[in-house]
Design a protein around this ligand. Sequence first.
Ligand SMILES: CC(C)(COP(=O)(O)OP(=O)(O)OC[C@H]1O[C@@H](n2cnc3c(N)ncnc32)[C@H](O)[C@@H]1OP(=O)(O)O)[C@@H](O)C(=O)NCCC(=O)NCCS
Length: 368
Amino acid sequence: MPFAHITGWGMYVPEPILTNDDISKLVDTNDAWIRDRTGIRERHIAREHEFPSTLGVEAALKALAVANLAPTDLDLIICTSSSPEYIFPATACLIQDQIGATKAGAFDLQAACTGFIFATNMAAQAIRSGSIKSALVVGTEVLSRMVNWKDRNTCILFGDGAGAFVLQASDVPGGVISAVMHSDGSGADALSIPGGGTRFPATEATLHEGKHFVQMDGKEVFRFATRVMGRAVVEALESANMKIEDVQCIVPHQANYRIIETAAKYLKLPIDKFVINVERYGNTSTASIPIATVEGLQKGRINTGDKVVFVGFGGGLTWGAMVVEWTGPIPANKKHIYTEQYRLFARLRSLLRRVWRHIEGFFSRKEL
Ligand SMILES: CC(C)(COP(=O)(O)OP(=O)(O)OC[C@H]1O[C@@H](n2cnc3c(N)ncnc32)[C@H](O)[C@@H]1OP(=O)(O)O)[C@@H](O)C(=O)NCCC(=O)NCCS
């Protein structure tokens, strides 16, 4: 059975920064309160022309460059987002088109903030089964367009950004070792965007009631998160036949510094075992784990051979953890891949396919 290695990683955040002081001009809050209750100082906000797919593409191309893998070699793309571009088509298909991944099947996976762990596990399972050789997993968010900027309970928490992993098959042991996935739909109301689906289709009334915005019972989510995080880490380690002492680094979902602190206490670990960057990005939902991983790698917190645990939780309710032996890119005598060339090729290809579809439609109408 092949092993599923994480061979590429990338992140992208939009340039504009919104500080706590900026938010205090919109709602009744202040920097000291937000920092004290959440650990967040600032977050990035997408510009008008930026969308989950465009942020995801930036992260994806960086990840492919690290793996030195051409988009045309990808077999599978899984995108996970709590703020997808549309209900359908899948954001994954938009990314597939924009990077020119000509042979990849692409779909979205919805598990709120736990989505990146679930999606990485699905990609790893597909590789381990032997059915595919490579996969791209993207977590991407423009949550700034889904929060109510008049609701101080939620608007202080979230930020925009994207992160991506490339996974590849190898006979060398390592990569994704174990994963646990959990859900409890009885807590669905605790964190949701109720409007715009088929339960509450968009109407003037749903708009007026703000059903298209994130709704959250903060205390309930806090209690849930602190209950499940540490336990999920232990479970994933047990399934990998490992102990917490074997782990060099934990990359948690970045929702709230105090939640991570509680998990550290539960696991009896010093807080510096955790990669934490929530202060600069806020909660970027599905993108938070890959963004923190990329920064952990850049800062030398994660190195080849390290055992790393990812742990996340979110709406659904969902939660999960994954144990990985970090190996990095697969050495190969391949020539260097220039991902920017693929971006140009993808644009041209997409344009030609649209034009061709138009011409084909014109002639087939004549035939009917
Ligand atoms: C949202 C959250 C930060 C609120 O913190 P909290 O300590 O539970 O705060 P409370 O809701 O109890 O509010 C405490 C007080 O601060 C006030 N308050 C709430 N939001 C505030 C804000 N943004 N600024 C200033 N004061 C605020 C409340 O009105 C309340 O005042 P009162 O005591 O006079 O009634 C916290 O519950 C949390 O982080 N929950 C988890 C959310 C999360 O991670 N969601 C995503 C999961 S993927």
